[in-house]
Structure formats: structure tokens, C-alpha cells
Design a protein around this ligand. Structure first.
Ligand SMILES: Cc1ncc(COP(=O)(O)O)c(C=O)c1O
Length: 487
């Protein structure tokens, strides 16, 4: 695909705007509820943004997972789907695309990213073993610990500094990786994992140079290197625009080199490929046979792996579109636009701006709320209240408790305002910044949350919480003073 990079077009006025390289030909009506209605909906949803009905959400910035806008080519491809249980032509088309995209020999389908993690953990994790990663992801960690394994994070110290100029905050600290392997022994390490576009620290990328270093260390030690490519599109954009040695390289060439450094690659097709599904790509036959056995057991037959054939067709096209810089630029440039607007209101945000979404630093936004009362969870609830905007807590609430039941306090308390690809307009981003800016001016009114009903695993998905005290009533009152329409 030719690389145009029209998003570098500058305006004569000098204003910096994220320029859309697409037009909308199908739209979804959204509704902005009155603040009193939002208050009732929030209470009924246990102050958990995962539990808000979408009909009561104005801008759904929970995630980019499965909610990116698809292209016309993706929709067209869905009509060609070959619906058969076994041997579907759709599967072979997707398999060929994944093989040529990554340069790998085998492809195993799975219904989404965490299904791949389940398969990988089932194959490699044993009780007491370690998975070393730049930074954990919620579902990855849950699958590893479910099987008695443990996670060690070998990311650099600067990763959890929310204000930074490091262009690759997702990078491994090589010395940390080496000393951990030396201390624990190669035989106790199930695999080493690199997560592209490191989600929980604010969608921060890993450089190609760092991937090379980690790979050569793992190869020298005989350690298996697993690549989570779910957020590859954003990471690829940052490698191309921030890593000087890659500026002139074709995106396909960068992906091939990246993939050649890894032993096993997996991805959520809800993110990479802008569809709904997932898969594992690899070249080693022994690994393939080991992982393959789990597919019919957990997912479905080998030629669909729990996915609908229509989604596989959409994913097939979406993966190929990842090699278009004007497609993959859309999330990062809108994240930056939102980030700049928020900064103009004084709102503390994670810098440099990453992929995936704009991340508000709740620890600096509501320092008066104790971390045990879920700073980021409380801020996510308050943002919904004042703007009808659904963000996601990424902090202590997203952690699992320690075995003794005490809280594992997260090193970062973030509210992610996800920017799914090609979904929102610049004026909607300005609206978000306006409402979050208003909230920042009234931040002293925000209080904490406490659990009413706490699930044992992945509690952030289904947990029910209540506000500590009457801060939500007071926040709504203040909002109505400044915005009498209640909208
Ligand atoms: C980096 C990363 N890995 C894995 C997953 C899990 O993918 P899925 O939601 O498709 O199960 C996600 C989803 O957000 C992710 O961001």
C-alpha cells in the first residue's frame, strides 16, 4: 500500500489539527442525558463505567476494543464470508494474510485476545513459574496467576512517571530483565512477553531497537519470546514517527523485522484489524502443535476458533489496512488533540501522548482522595456524571488483591478516555475537554468509592461500588449552577 501520510498536512493558519483521512457514510445517533438522569444511571450501575448501558452514554470512550469504525472494504468483505464449520475459504484467506503480514508459518484462530492468553498460559505456565513482561495487562496476569504462575515487570523506572518526554516508555529495562533471569534461573521462566503499545501505562510504545535487544538476550538464553501485538497499529505509528532509524522504512518492513524477533505472536483482533476475534502466529512446529491442541478444546474448530466468518473477513482486510499510515495515524493524532485541549484546561494527563486513548492522571487530579478509595474509579464516575462520557479506570481497582486480602495499590491511577479509530470528531473531543476541565476546577468536590459487591477475579468488570459520602449530590448541584440546562 502506498504511504501518503496526508496527516502531516499543515494549515496555513498554523493551527495543529488532527486531519481525518476518511469520511463518514454511516453514523450512529447518540444521546446526552440530563445530569440528574446520569446520576441515577451511575448509581444503578454501581459507579462502574463497565456497567453503564450504552443508551445512557453520550461519548463511549471506555475502550477501542471491537468499537473502531470499520472501512467500506471491511464491510464489503463480510459479504464474501464462506460459512462452513471446517475448511472455510474465509479462514484460508485470513491465514494467508496473517502469514504474509508477520512472515510466520502458522496461524491459530481464537475468539479474542484473552483466549490467546488462555492458550499460551495453559501451554507454558506451571505453578511457581514466572512470566516476565515489560508491563502486565489485566487479562494476561489473570491467566498466568490462575495457573499458579507469577508476573515480573522489567519495564524502565520512568514508565510510571506520568509526566515524561521519553518517546518509548514501554521499553524494557535490559539490566532489570538480565538480573531477574540470573536470580530466578532460565528454567523457572515460562516465557518473556513484550506488549506493544503498553496499555496500562497509557498506551506507551516499545521501540524496535528495544525489541531487538530483548530478542537477542532471549535467544542467547534460550528463553521463549512472546509478543502481544494487540496494540501494534499505534506502536507501529510511533516507531515510524519517533524512531529516527525507521522514518524512511516501509511499515511492512518494520512489521516483518519486529515479527522475526519473536517466537510467538498473539493479538486481539478487536484492536489489531478493527474487527472482533484474535489469533496466534508462529513458525516453530513444536510450539504450533502444542498450542494447536488447545484450540478445538477452548475455542472451536481450527478453521474458525470461535470467530464468525464475517468477522474473520473483516479482520483480514483490517490487518492489511494496518500498513496504511493514514489509517493507523488516526488514533494517535486524535489522542494528541484531546490531550492538548485537556492540558489547556490545566488537567494532568500522561505524556508523551500515547496510543489507545488520552490518559488522565487521577493521582494528580484528586490527590485528596485516598488511593484505597479508588482515585481513578471515582474520577471515571465523576467524568460520566458531568459529561455523559464513559472512560475506564486503570488503577488500583483494576488490580487483584494480595493473597492476604489487602489492597495492591497500583503504581498509577489513570482514567483512560479511549479514542477508537475514526469514531469521534474534533468538536466531540473539545466537548470532553470542556467538561473534564470544568470538573478539574471543581475537583475538591470529588470523593472516593467503596465496594458494595466485589468479585474475586477481574473485579473491575463487574464490581458494584458506592460513593463515600454525598459528594455526587454536591457535584451535581455545582454543575447545575454553571450548566442550568443540565446537559
Ligand atoms: C495489550 C492487550 N492484550 C490483550 C488484550 C485482551 O484482548 P481481548 O479484549 O480481545 O480479550 C487487550 C485488550 O484490551 C490488550 O489491550
Amino acid at each position: 500500500m502506498p504511504e501518503h501520510n496526508y496527516t502531516r498536512v499543515s494549515l496555513f493558519s498554523g493551527e495543529r489539527i488532527p486531519l481525518e483521512m476518511h469520511k463518514a457514510r454511516m453514523v450512529q445517533r447518540v444521546y446526552l442525558r440530563h445530569v440528574k438522569e446520569r446520576q441515577a444511571v451511575l448509581a444503578a450501575s454501581g459507579n462502574n463505567t463497565f456497567l453503564l448501558p450504552n443508551r445512557d452514554v453520550f461519548l463511549d470512550m471506555l475502550t477501542d476494543s471491537g468499537v473502531n469504525a470499520m472501512s467500506e472494504a471491511q464491510y464489503a468483505a463480510m459479504l464474501l464470508a464462506d460459512d462452513s464449520y471446517a475448511g472455510s475459504e474465509t479462514f484460508y484467506r485470513l491465514e494467508r494474510t496473517v502469514q504474509s503480514f508477520f512472515g510466520t508459518k502458522y496461524f491459530l484462530p481464537a475468539h479474542q485476545g484473552r483466549a490467546c492468553e488462555n492458550i499460551l498460559a495453559s501451554a507454558y505456565v506451571t505453578p511457581g513459574s514466572w512470566v516476565v513482561t515489560n508491563y502486565h495487562f489485566t487479562t494476561t496476569k489473570a491467566h498466568v496467576t490462575r495457573l499458579g504462575g507469577q508476573i515480573f515487570e522489567a519495564i524502565g523506572d520512568g514508565a510510571s512517571e506520568t509526566v515524561s518526554t521519553d518517546p518509548f516508555k514501554g521499553n524494557y529495562d535490559l539490566a532489570r530483565l538480565e538480573s531477574f533471569v540470573k536470580e530466578r534461573g532460565v528454567e523457572n521462566i515460562a516465557f518473556v512477553r513484550i506488549e506493544a503499545g503498553t496499555n496500562l501505562i497509557g498506551g506507551q510504545p516499545v521501540s524496535l531497537g528495544n525489541m531487538r535487544d530483548v530478542s537477542s538476550f532471549c535467544r542467547a538464553k534460550g528463553l521463549k519470546l512472546v509478543f502481544d501485538a494487540s496494540l501494534l497499529a499505534d506502536n507501529l505509528y510511533f516507531i515510524k514517527t519517533r524512531e529516527a532509524s525507521c522514518e524512511k522504512r516501509e511499515l511492512s518492513d518494520i512489521v516483518s523485522e519486529m515479527a522475526s524477533l519473536m517466537d510467538v505472536i498473539y493479538f486481539s483482533g478487536r484492536k489489531l484489524g478493527c474487527a472482533r476475534g484474535g489469533g496466534i502466529a508462529l513458525s516453530d512446529e513444536a510450539d504450533y502443535r502444542k498450542l494447536r491442541d488447545f484450540v478445538p478444546l477452548f475455542e472451536g474448530f481450527l478453521t474458525y476458533g470461535g470467530m464468525s466468518v464475517r468477522e474473520m473477513e473483516a479482520m483480514n482486510v483490517g490487518i492489511q489496512e494496518t500498513l496504511d499510515i493514514d489509517t493507523i495515524s488516526q488514533t494517535p493524532i486524535f489522542v494528541e488533540a484531546l490531550g492538548v485541549e485537556l492540558q489547556a484546561q490545566g488537567v494532568p494527563v500522561v505524556t508523551p501522548f500515547g496510543g489507545l486513548g488520552c490518559h488522565v492522571d487521577a493521582a494528580r487530579f484528586v490527590p485528596h482522595v485516598p488511593q484505597e478509595q479508588y482515585q481513578a474509579g471515582a474520577l471515571a464516575a465523576a467524568i460520566y456524571l458531568v459529561g455523559g462520557v464513559r472512560g475506564m479506570e486503570r488503577g488500583t481497582l483494576s488490580e487483584q488483591r494480595n493473597p492476604d486480602g489487602s489492597e495492591r495499590l497500583s503504581s498509577m491511577e489513570l482514567v483512560r478516555l479511549a479514542v477508537p479509530k475514526r469514531v469521534f470528531s474534533l468538536s466531540q473531543m473539545k466537548f470532553v475537554a470542556d467538561r473534564v476541565g470544568w470538573l478539574y476546577r471543581h475537583r475538591d468536590l470529588i470523593g472516593g468509592l467503596e465496594f458494595e459487591d466485589e468479585p474475586a477475579t477481574l473485579r473491575f468488570f463487574l464490581g458494584l461500588l458506592r460513593p463515600v459520602g454525598d459528594w455526587q449530590e454536591r457535584l451535581v448541584e455545582a454543575f447545575l449552577k454553571d450548566m442550568p440546562s443540565g446537559l
